[in-house]
Structure formats: C-alpha cells, structure tokens
Design a protein around this ligand. Structure first.
Ligand SMILES: [Zn+2]
Length: 234
C-alpha cells in the first residue's frame, strides 16, 4: 500500500463507464465526489438499466425504478450527466456492438479519464465477478482505442462523431490497485448518501436498513481514507 502513487490530477473530464445502476456507487462514488468538489466534470454512462436486479420485481417495472434511483444517486456526488446505452441487464456480451457504442460514448463526452470496473473473473479471489461486469470492463478497455481510431468503426465518423484521442488515463476499480485518491470525510458521506438512493434495490438485497447497508458498502471500498484504483497511462 505504501508504494501506491497518488492519482494524477492533470485532467478535467472523467467518464465512468459501467454495466449497471449502482456500480459507480459500490466502488468509486467517493472518488467521484472528491473530484467534482475540486471542479472536475464527471459523467456516468451505464450499459443497462439494471432491470434484472430486483428479485420479485419484473424488469418492465424495475427499469424505471432503477433509472430514477440512479438519477437521485448522482445528485449527491456532483455528476453532470447520466446516460444509458439500454443493453439488456444480465446479458451483456463483449463484442463489436458494445465496443462501438462505448466508443461512441467516449467520442460524445471526450473524457481525459475513463473509469470502469474490474473485468477479472473474481474480486480478490473471493467473489465471482458478474458476466456483465466482465463483458463491460474488457469492452471499455478496448473501446478507448476504438474511439481514437477513424477506421475501426467508420459508421461513427459518418454519424459526425470525430475520433477522440484525448484519453490520458483509464482507471479500474476492484482489482490490483496502483494509485489512490485521498478523500475528505464529506466525499465519503456523499458516496454513502448516493448509494442509499438505491432504496428498492438494497431493500430487496437484505433486511438490514438501507442506510446501514450503504455505510458498510462504502466503508468497505474506502481504505484508510482512500479509494484505490488500478490506473493505466499514469
Ligand atoms: Zn453491477
């Protein structure tokens, strides 16, 4: 831990690209709150609406519910834009279609920092990572190069999305960290409030009160006042 470097600060816009509503809240929302408090522009693009995520609630109902919960969640951490790619929850496949749509999102938002979730098979060898997270994470890594290249998805250029070569860093949450973001307590509190907005989702996961679940989850992702990330390009 001691040899981890501080996350570089020479960027102004970040795009968090993850599979589901609540994915940013589980791993990086405290860093997002910290960044936006320093004037950074942070936006979220989620591949699905998480409609298969609430046991007992049909996807047609859950999609709207989780969209609203996500909108409420971003208001606590200063995120400026939220977009959904509307892929089916639980059935994400890494492949050309997903890479193309992620590359298009990168071109639209023109971030210097891209943030996504680990695509390892497991988290710390303890928990199996989900099919959606694996498909999304690896596709995001590949789509950074796709966004910069005018020839891989020429249909994007004809849709007037110019290639974007400005991504300086890609940060992965939940795998062998190389860097850290130091957090003020306000940022940790904002992340807890952000996760707690996923009320219906959390209520279905556990009988524990939602606020306590949120505090425990965010506490688990914060290590000695830091969020740790694996950063490429630094
Ligand atoms: Zn997820």
């Amino acid at each position: 831990m001691a040899d981890r470097a501080e996350m570089p600060d020479d960027w102004s816009r970040a795009l968090v690209l993850m599979a589901h509503p609540d994915d940013p809240e589980y791993g990086v929302a405290a860093a997002v709150a910290e960044w936006t408090s320093r004037g950074k522009d942070v936006r979220y693009v989620l591949a699905t609406r998480g409609e298969a995520g609430i046991a007992g609630t049909p996807p047609a109902v859950a999609a709207g519910l989780r969209t609203e919960e996500q909108r409420a969640a971003i208001s606590h951490v200063g995120v400026s834009e939220l977009e959904f790619l509307d892929y089916p929850d639980g059935r994400l496949e890494s492949g050309l279609a997903l890479r193309r749509d992620i590359a298009a999102a990168i071109r639209r938002h023109q971030p210097e920092l891209v943030v996504t979730l680990s695509y390892d098979d497991t988290f710390e060898g303890l928990y199996w990572n989900s099919a959606d997270h694996r498909a999304m994470g690896i596709s995001v890594m590949d789509a950074v190069a796709d966004a910069a290249n005018e020839w891989i998805f020429p249909e994007l250029s004809s849709a007037r999305l110019s290639p974007w070569q400005g991504v300086k860093y890609v940060a992965l949450a939940g795998t062998a960290p190389t860097h850290y973001v130091a957090l003020r307590q306000e940022s940790v509190d904002a992340a807890i409030a952000s996760l707690a907005e996923h009320r219906e989702y959390l209520k279905a996961l556990s009988p524990e009160p939602v606020a306590e679940q949120a505090r425990a989850v965010v506490g688990g992702s914060v290590n000695a006042g830091r969020i740790e990330l694996r950063v490429f390009g630094a």
